[in-house]
Design a protein around this ligand. Structure first.
Ligand code: SIN
Length: 526
């Protein structure tokens, strides 16, 4: 089956929905998702949207918090664009009718999360902001936005001018091809490459692998954020939002002793790489870790999702302690784009977690990701509404013949190895071991049409894992979420250096968008 349209968006989270509803005023839009709209990190997001919406706060403070949390590894103009435009876009969303939580004085209730200097987290339904926002945006889509669920995108199509002109998908019934003037990746992150994650279980970094195979530039893959508090009952069972600590929750050990005292001036609300690392060290030394919620009144009303999650997993909250462990949560890296979502491949765009605009630096500030989704989703749409034109060359030049390596690392082994070797703490030795297990991914030629969805998904997992492992091995320092036991400090030489993968090579750039890469760093990678 073949569909010709204006725009195809791959993915169904906040960035995709916000883009679609704006694009729909001029274009026909097809959204394709590999599961349904409930299956996204956006939908699962508990905390909320970080945004400056009151006169008690200022965008300069939000910018500063973002830069400090991310250890100044940012594209600063894009950070400014995110925070300043985001503030207006969130205010517009509230004015148009998106319902958020209010306090008893009738003011919008603003939560506090790690590394924020102000209460600025707008939330809805207590800890169900993502779900409420997805439902709100999806509920308002006009008829020229078509949603196709359970379709798995496995190959981007490029024409002879090197432009992206389509995408091939697998459905439950067979194959389908979409041809469009613009293809937009909004596939989210890659948390499920790790054994222990807050993400959906099929969040494998598909969009990054798709873009990599098409030859797009990808960066910052070493920066994987681990959240310090996933509910842990014989494995990770979902997120225990940082908002719980913002409301008075504390990290404690099995004896009820506070863990973060004296570890960081912000204590339980220190940046995530600090708290996640502390939980990791405690657990590695055989201790158990908890969040003490005994100081939070009406926990069930304030945090209904977490309350239900605990109940479903047999956690008795009457003793005031939630068992937690750190787990993978967010990928700061991704497909390089500018603030309008343009990638290095013409007519291929990327928005949301799959993209890297440099706004998260080495460690994302809490609740900046829903902000990123709606802000860059809208900015990309506005850009295309003003500048978009029709594609006329739909003849794909993709190679024929198959090219899938026959030594793919099996899913569970890969997830375990990623946690052990490319997890919260990495070393050259562990990363080298991991890299040796992963297949070479230098060859980007060939078609995947003949392979099953399951096998292609595994291939995509192997590709994305390989990019993370190689970047983590190359960055011989510790910065933000990238912690190397053999290089425990920040290194000036790595300040504002971006490790970039493009066309099967790894280079280091002095600027996110620099094209002449630093020759001395150039490596034949695979
Ligand atoms: C949380 O609620 O703790 C997560 C928020 C986020 O990752 O932005």
């Amino acid at each position: 089956m073949i569909i010709h349209t204006d725009i195809v968006i791959i993915g169904g989270g906040i960035a995709a929905l916000e883009a679609a509803r704006n694009l729909s005023s001029r274009f026909d839009v097809h959204i394709i998702t590999k599961a349904d709209l409930k299956n996204s990190s956006s939908y699962k997001a508990q905390g909320g949207i970080a945004a400056v919406i009151t006169t008690h706060d200022h965008t300069s403070l939000h910018i500063q918090d973002t830069l400090e949390a991310g250890e100044f590894h940012h594209h600063e103009e894009n950070v400014k664009a995110l925070i300043e435009n985001g503030s207006s876009i969130v205010k517009e969303l509230l004015q148009e009718g998106f319902k958020v939580d209010f306090d008893k004085d009738g003011e919008i209730s603003l939560g506090l999360e790690g590394a924020h200097s102000k209460h600025r987290i707008v939330h809805a339904g207590g800890d169900a902001t993502g779900k409420n926002l997805v439902n709100y945006l999806a509920g308002g889509l006009p008829p020229n936005v078509h949603i196709h669920t359970f379709e798995f995108a496995y190959e981007l199509l490029l024409n002879s001018a090197g432009e992206c002109c389509g995408v091939r998908v697998k459905t439950n019934e067979g194959e389908k091809s979409y041809y469009a003037s613009y293809i937009i990746l909004a596939t989210g992150g890659a948390g499920a490459l790790y054994e222990c994650t807050s993400n959906c279980e099929n969040s494998y970094g598909d969009g990054i692998a798709l873009a990599y195979l098409a030859g797009a530039a990808i960066t910052d893959m070493e920066f994987v954020q681990f959240h310090p508090s996933l509910l842990y009952v014989n494995g990770a069972r979902g997120l225990v939002s940082e908002a719980v600590r913002g409301a008075g929750g504390r990290f404690v050990d099995q004896n009820g002793k506070p863990i973060m005292d004296g570890k960081h001036p912000l204590g339980d609300l220190a940046p995530r790489h600090i708290t996640a690392h502390e939980m990791y060290k405690m657990r590695a030394s055989g201790q158990e870790t908890f969040i003490d919620i005994s100081r939070i009144d009406h926990f069930d009303k304030k945090f209904p999702t977490i309350h239900a999650l605990c109940h479903q997993n047999g956690v008795n909250l009457s003793n005031g302690k939630i068992p937690i462990a750190p787990g993978s949560h967010f990928l700061m890296g991704g497909v390089i784009t500018n603030r309008y979502g343009q990638t290095s491949i013409p007519r291929l765009f990327a928005i949301g977690e799959v993209a890297c605009t440099g706004v998260h630096g080495a460690n994302r500030l809490a609740s900046n990701s829903l902000l990123e989704g709606i802000t860059f989703g809208k900015m990309m749409a506005t850009h295309l509404l003003n500048n978009g034109n029709k594609q006329s060359n739909f003849i794909s030049k993709n190679e024929t013949g198959s090219s899938l390596p026959n030594n793919l690392y099996a899913k569970e082994s890969l997830q375990e190895a990623m946690l052990n070797c490319a997890g919260i703490v990495r070393s050259n030795e562990g990363l080298q071991k991991l890299i040796q297990q992963l297949p070479s991914i230098s060859s980007q030629k060939g078609r995947l049409q003949g392979y099953s969805k399951k096998l292609i998904e595994l291939y995509f997992m192997n590709i994305t894992a390989s990019l993370i492992a190689h970047a983590a091995q190359a960055r011989t320092e510790s910065r933000g979420a990238h912690i190397r036991s053999d290089y425990p400090s920040k290194d000036e030489l790595w300040q504002k250096k971006w490790i970039v993968f493009e066309q099967g090579k790894m280079n280091v750039r002095n600027d996110l968008y620099e094209c002449n890469q630093t020759e001395s760093y150039v490596n034949e990678l695979f």
